[in-house]
Design a binder for this molecule. Structure first.
Ligand SMILES: [Zn+2]
Length: 703
């Protein structure tokens, strides 16, 4: 009975803390790397042997009070706003690891008496790099906009990684794909022949302020992961499974850490005794909530790691603290670091607006401490220049406008211009709904007919939405985009023309056709559709589809994806909320990585719920032009869904001259009168168009 209650207690504790603590993924990641690259096992073994022989050498003991300095670079992988964590949070995280690795943490006095004599000062100092790999001024922080931060792992290292022989790379991310809170690799065991060494950690478990959860477990996650990076296993052995009875049979191969099964996650039982001796639950390499110390044995292990490394080792830790490397990375005490040139970045709240509407511009520049001046230039804006950090501007003229920002620091002046940074909409240029966009010509995004203009943001480097002829449901063209060619992984935005929904009856929908396939198993894309009726000031989410939802064919297209008719699907979005609004536009937002093309075509805006009974003259738009004509004319019509359509030409006596009947897909269609009859004699005719129960007649005069 007693045992049962204990088990229930354990169950409760697991449930209670599961949400608060995301654990360490190091051992799983190391295991994965070793399976993929078996030669890493040899690397790791050689480094271990080297470490053992260093440890046995008297010289090692003589240098144990020397402080080893490690240059650090923090790569912030973000999607803007609060995921783009502050410099202050990064400095706070560095402060914590420096306190912990120099036994200067204020809670060191809380180490219980039994472990006070082995609680060690590691003597390792971490300094944010002041020179980057190209020898340029840096604050030791990089910022990369990428959706991969939500499914992070080794993938983010492909976007940015500094020489791991020179820097400890730390990637701060929003979410790790495997669900852990952080992970790193033991010396010699990282993928890519150890070049991927470093720490990946959640922003919520990084430092103690800003986006951090702020509890002890989260604030010390980086301390723990750097322990692995410098060769330490968990206190119970090199698995990720704490709190298991069999852990008494495994060891961390460090003499002074007591044998233990490990704490239950997030607990702190200072008297815990799991393998016939008092556990060191306060150890940073445990999963307790009260980790505040390393032992002397762990100190030896980590310091030998910093003296270990072969010439072939891509991330040899022994190069990090050398004088030469400290000079090259700008963290040597003899190097006086200046303030850097700012890396310029800025955005407005929305990239589309209307005349007289206020636009707030936000400075997002980084890599500097203090700005001496901000100099903004707003072509077509009022004011046209500003020295404020975050100015507010209005535009009187419709069209596309460039924006520039120059920032001067003691490191110099840097500037950036974003062309077509804002689109000011002419409120009188709009399309009357219902209406169809079939992308029949390459007039995308700009169109000689102003009211048919799209706006495609070109904020990020690399591919964006563009017109093509390789897939279409209605005409010769469509628009498409693929994430595989993204240089910067940001959201690609395409804004439709503005539609007048004043006179559309309920129910009212937007329909479009789309086709999408995976490029490989790594494909991770997302499409969002949003609607605005206030000049782009606010947007309402109407659709979100990820790779699985978007796929219209299960086949993987590793090369080109040019969809045949059968590979298209139709999407329907309810617009009832906006019935009566004179200015409504949609926004297609695409983001992702490793995907092939998403095609979009045949956008029908403000149409009723599509069924054959609802076909009306106002949505079929049957036209013949020119009319009168000499026999050369075009018959044009829209259909809202795939329909069988019969066209019949009769003369004034009601006699049928010619007819044709075909299936037509949704969208606008044009048929030459000559295909109906190549040899019409002058006279008056009636064109009968029949779609299901609907029938419409137009006069045609041939001269
Ligand atoms: Zn761990």
């Amino acid at each position: 009975m007693k045992l049962n209650l204990f088990s229930i207690g354990l169950l409760f504790s697991t449930l209670l803390f599961a949400q608060d603590y995301k654990l360490c993924g190091t051992d799983e990641m190391v295991q994965k790397a070793l399976e993929a690259e078996p030669e890493l096992l040899n690397n790791r073994e050689l480094l271990k042997q080297q470490a053992d022989s260093i440890l046995a050498n008297d010289v090692f003991r003589k240098t144990e009070d020397e402080i080893h300095v490690i240059p650090v670079v923090v790569h912030v992988m973000h999607t803007g706003e609060n995921t783009n964590i502050s410099d202050a949070q990064i400095h706070d995280a560095i402060r914590i690891i420096n306190e912990d690795y120099n036994k200067m943490n204020s809670d060191t006095s809380d180490v219980i008496d039994e472990f006070q004599n082995i609680a060690a000062n590691i003597g390792v100092e971490f300094k944010l790099a002041r020179l980057d790999t190209a020898g340029k001024c840096t604050k030791g922080i990089t910022r990369t906009y990428t959706q991969l931060t939500n499914i992070a792992g080794e993938n983010v290292k492909e976007l940015i990684k500094w020489n791991p022989r020179m820097y400890l790379n730390i990637w701060v991310v929003s979410d790790i794909e495997s669900g852990v809170g952080g992970y790193s690799y033991y010396p010699g065991s990282a993928p890519n022949n150890d070049a991927n060494a470093g720490v990946v950690v959640l922003a919520s478990q990084f430092g103690s302020i800003g986006a951090s959860d702020g509890n002890n477990f989260s604030s010390r996650t980086l301390t723990h992961e750097i322990g692995h990076y410098l060769g330490l296993p968990h206190t119970w052995g090199d698995t990720n499974d704490n709190d298991l009875e069999e852990n008494c049979d495994t060891d961390d191969y460090i003499e002074d850490t007591p044998n233990t099964i490990g704490s239950a996650t997030g607990y702190c039982h200072l008297t815990q005794n799991t393998c016939e001796s008092l556990d060191n639950v306060q150890n940073y390499m445990d999963y307790s909530s009260c980790a505040i110390m390393y032992t002397k044995g762990q100190k030896d292990k980590m310091r030998t790691a910093l003296e270990t490394g072969y010439i072939w080792s891509k991330a040899a830790r022994n190069n990090l603290p050398t004088n030469e490397n400290l000079m090259l990375t700008g963290v040597h005490e003899d190097y006086v670091a200046p303030d850097c040139l700012a890396t310029i970045d800025f955005k407005s709240e929305s990239s589309v607006t209307c005349p007289t509407q206020e636009v707030k511009w936000e400075n997002l520049s980084w890599n500097y401490d203090t700005a001496i001046s901000y100099e903004w230039t707003f072509i077509g804006g009022t004011p046209s220049t500003s020295t404020e950090e975050n100015p507010v501007v209005t535009y009187s003229e419709a069209g596309l406008h460039d924006v520039s920002l120059a920032i001067t620091t003691t490191g110099g002046t840097n500037s950036k211009t974003i062309e077509n940074a804002i689109y000011v909409q002419n409120q009188s240029e709009l399309l009357t709904a219902p209406n169809t966009i079939s992308f029949g010509s390459n007039e995308f995004p700009s169109n000689p007919n102003q009211s048919a203009n799209w706006y495609v943001e070109e904020y990020f480097e690399g591919e964006t939405w563009h017109w093509n002829t390789l897939g279409s449901t209605t005409s010769d063209g469509s628009i498409r985009i693929q994430s595989y060619d993204f240089i910067e992984h940001g959201i690609r935005k395409a804004y439709t023309p503005v539609f007048d929904l004043s006179n559309v009856p309920a129910p009212c929908y937007m329909y479009y056709d789309y086709a999408y396939a995976r490029k490989d198993h790594e494909s991770a894309d997302e499409l969002k559709v949003k609607i605005s009726s206030d000049c782009g000031n606010t947007w309402t989410d109407r659709l979100t589809k990820d790779t699985d939802d978007l796929t219209t064919v299960s086949t993987i297209y590793a090369l080109e994806f040019n969809p045949t008719d059968a590979l298209w699907e139709e999407q329907k979005i309810n617009l009832n909320t906006w019935i009566g609004d004179p200015q409504v536009r949609a926004l297609f937002e695409f983001s992702g990585s490793n995907g092939t093309y998403l095609y979009i075509d045949n956008i029908r805006f403000g149409v009723p719920n599509l069924s054959i009974d609802e076909l009306t003259a106002s949505n079929i738009h049957l036209e013949v032009f020119p009319n009168p004509n000499n026999g050369n004319a075009v018959i044009q019509f829209n259909v809202l869904n795939t329909h069988k359509i019969e066209l019949k030409l009769v003369n004034v006596l009601g006699k049928e001259i010619c007819s044709m009947s075909n299936n037509y897909k949704a969208g606008q269609h044009q048929i030459d009168l000559k295909t109906l009859n190549p040899d019409l004699k002058p006279g008056l005719y009636f064109l009968n168009c029949t779609i299901g129960n609907y029938r419409e007649t137009k006069q045609v005069i041939v001269y």
